[in-house]
Ligand binder design. Sequence first.
Ligand SMILES: [Fe+2]
Length: 144
Amino acid sequence: MRSYYFDDPSSNVSVEQLNAIKIHYYPMPMDDYTNKLASICQERGYKNRDEVKLNNDTPGLDDKLKIFFEEHLHDDEEIRFILDGSGFFDVRDTQDKWIRIRVERGDLIIVPALMYHRFTLTETRAVHAMRLFTDAPKWVPINR
Ligand SMILES: [Fe+2]
């Protein structure tokens, strides 16, 4: 995971700065993440999960990416555990500036409820992610 101000890729936004705006980040041990994932789920009340894959074989990938890259928020946390591949989460800081968070295999990130964000893939255009939910799986974007 690496994060920086979108308009200045040479900048650095630390995990502490992300925590200050209520974004949580957990590095996951990919040789065996079962126990760590179980304790995060228990602590934060995540009861459901599913997995999504996006890559060049995904039908309508570009249309999907267009939707994911629309600035939006949710009334629930967005929890993503990257199992493979990579992606970018852009989130708004308190000054409404975009922070770009590059996530890859082994990164678990939690975007808090009601925080504007958007998502896209990196140059390799492939990601395999686990989505975690407090309730039944849902994905309701509220566009800005
Ligand atoms: Fe979202």
